[in-house]
Design a protein around this ligand. Structure first.
Ligand code: NAD
Length: 253
């Protein structure tokens, strides 16, 4: 029975996060979405009937406040989906240091802090869930993505560690590792790469992004949401510490 369960999805007003939030709401959970406090993000949450929590996950105090506000708004917290993230592309030797700090904070430290602060809530029902949206870049690297690849590798380590600690309390902790998903983040990258490589966006999609994939088609956010829905469901009680690839066959070779 998922009625009455509550969820917080970070980065939940765009792309994969929004698809997960919508799917969990359809599944009968009460869902809050956390995102940077911008009029457009508030509007997306309102339009989808989701509670909005404004916070900047690069700031520790915002992580604390976001958990408190979510618990106050929903009356508890059973499911935490750490999804917020962003990309920056530069060689290591030129990578902006403040950007490195912000990326590690949003994609690794914030999932740790939110898990830490929400832990008493997440362990209450005996069917709590933490779902960390990592990436194929949690397993393998690509050049010029040092902060992203480092944060995602770290997030898999956090997932496995927390899973070992949470087992006795019925709280599962899992990571989902998508390949390329058609979202604003990826469409921005495709446009950038088309510019820098002198290719069309279609050529970037087929020849650059999907080159290592067995299935040459971008995923949709709903495909990731369907996997998250299963992981969150009571049926998945025995799956924990898992690193779930949804990668078009990328890492099969
Ligand atoms: P997106 O840009 O559509 O959404 C990311 C969301 O995170 C945005 O709403 C953004 O505002 C929010 N966010 C960024 N910085 C934040 C901050 N400091 N505080 C609060 N919110 C912040 O991107 P997406 O493609 O949906 O990506 C979602 C997650 O999935 C990311 O962690 C990304 O690394 C991961 N992922 C994406 C793909 C892909 O191909 N799109 C593949 C693998 C993994």
């Amino acid at each position: 029975d998922t009625q009455g369960r509550t969820a917080l999805v970070t980065g939940g007003t765009s792309g994969i996060g929004l698809a997960i939030a919508q799917r969990l709401a359809q599944d009968g959970l009460q869902v809050a979405v956390l995102d940077l406090d911008r009029p457009q993000a508030r509007e997306v949450a309102r339009a989808h009937d989701l509670t909005f929590i404004g916070a900047d996950l690069s700031r520790r105090e915002d992580c604390r406040r976001a958990v408190d506000e979510t618990v106050a708004a929903l009356g508890g917290l059973d499911v935490l989906v750490n999804n917020a993230g962003f990309q920056h592309i530069d060689p290591v030797a030129a990578f902006p240091e403040d950007t490195w700090d912000a990326m590690l904070h949003v994609m690794l430290t914030a999932p740790f802090l939110l898990s830490r602060y929400a832990w008493p809530q997440l362990t209450r029902s005996g069917q709590g869930r933490i779902v960390n949206v990592a990436s194929i870049h949690g397993h393998v690297a690509s050049p010029f993505k040092s902060a992203y690849v480092s944060a995602k590798h770290g997030l898999i380590g956090l997932t496995r560690t927390a899973a070992l600690e949470a087992g006795e309390q019925g709280l599962t902790v899992n990571a989902i590792c998508p390949g390329y998903v058609r979202t604003p983040l990826v469409e921005g990258q495709m446009a950038d790469q088309a510019r820098t490589r002198g290719l069309t966006v279609q050529e970037v999609e087929q020849k650059v992004m999907l080159e290592p994939a067995a299935i040459k088609r971008l995923l949709n956010p709903e495909d990731v949401a369907a996997l998250a829905s299963y992981v969150v469901s009571p049926a998945a009680w025995g799956m924990t510490g898992a690193v779930l690839d949804l990668d078009l066959g990328w890492t099969a070779r």
